[in-house]
Design a protein around this ligand. Sequence first.
Ligand code: HAM
Length: 455
Amino acid sequence: MSDAAPKKEQRRKFQAIRGTRDLLPPDTDLWNHAEETARSVFGSFGFGEIRPPIFEPTELFARAVGGETDIVSKEMYTFAASSESANDESASEMISLRPEATASVCRAYIEHNMQQLPQPVKLFYMGPMFRRERPQKGRYRQFYQIGAEVLENVKPDPTRNAVKELSKDAITDAEVIQMVMTFFDRLKLPGVQLEINSIGHAAENCRRGYVAKLKAALEKVKDKLGADSQRRIETNPLRVLDSKLEQEQPFIAELPKIADHLCDDCKTQYAGVKRELELRGVLYKENWRLVRGLDYYMRTTFEITAQGLGSQNAVCGGGRYDGLVELLGGPPTKGIGFAIGEDRLILSLQETKDSSLGTGRRSPLVYIAWMGTNAYAAAVRAARDWRAANIGVELPPTEQKLGKALERADKLGAHFALILGDNEVAQGTWTLKSLADGQQHKLTEPQLLDFLRRL
Ligand code: HAM
């Protein structure tokens, strides 16, 4: 076999799979900057990091996100978990690459008995998510999210004051929204717009009643709607409100609005969120059509858009999900959180030309142009010592003529070239040439380290 000519498929040129991509320098500088900023801002709000696994039982997402949602019904990467042991019950279990992380965070809250920790538990995460969507600008099959969740155990308490409780929840919602807006502000994300809504809770005198009215109104205009919306009248009428189809807009505008059908508690809570946002100076727009594509939401929902993203302009989505932990087998728990689409965040930041990060290759401060055997040994030592002092050094692996070396130093964007021949090593004074103005400094090795450190 090994003598045979390479088969056609062995000569295949591999490419990243459709909907996935390599993130490369210098772009990764901007990614790292965004992630460091998130750690710093979220840390200042008392959030700690959680790193859940990338795959979980399919059933976890089906139950949390909803079996009828696009995410679960069409977009998950699902496969059979295989195990060495045929008797292992989990061998036949289906597992999925995570399409989102809220379900995982709730699973972890239950698994690690986090209701025993001081409440609320505030967690953030960052990492890849997977959805088999049609790829386009700002939409990938492997994409990255930076998200945060606040989970709070609800203890049975007969003296509980319902109004106080609703106002406490409103404060938590506003603080979570304020945190993500602070993060965008810190990054100078252009054209940020926050939209909020309340989708009430699943009761006859609230969302359930509204959905029945909505469904009846949709039935009346059914033949004016596209195939997707017609299907959604049956599966999830709320999602029709999400439609971007031009010809459906006049009919959607006339549909009953949820704000007119919220129960008193949901109304109080929504009014509280708006009041608390105002108190914090967070600007928002109300959007009664903001229903979100995951089933676990109740009451507050929100989305944030940014500039330069075309049709995929939602850079963050989130909302409240009281009851989700219970649905997954845990204790009664309240929840609120969001996830930022990091790919979109970076795209939008790159649209702003004044972004000083992520432009050009990481330039070395010093390029060591060494010539001669003794100079080489001195160059290796200097490179080690200077890098230890966090000074960027480029050490060429071969000896070069001075002209060539300076040309290369210039190409790499180095600020200085150290000109180091055997003579310089013997004399103990080395020459540092500034590539910007050609100025030369003759210094001893300790003086050089001192000089470079001060820059
Ligand atoms: P989501 O709205 O499905 O919510 O996703 C949040 C954000 O992830 C979106 O606004 C978008 O920026 C980004 N995103 C989603 N799909 C893609 C994709 N295919 N390519 C690029 N970016 C994408 C959630 O995932 C919820 N777990 C958020 C949440 C947390 N709610 C409460 N807690």
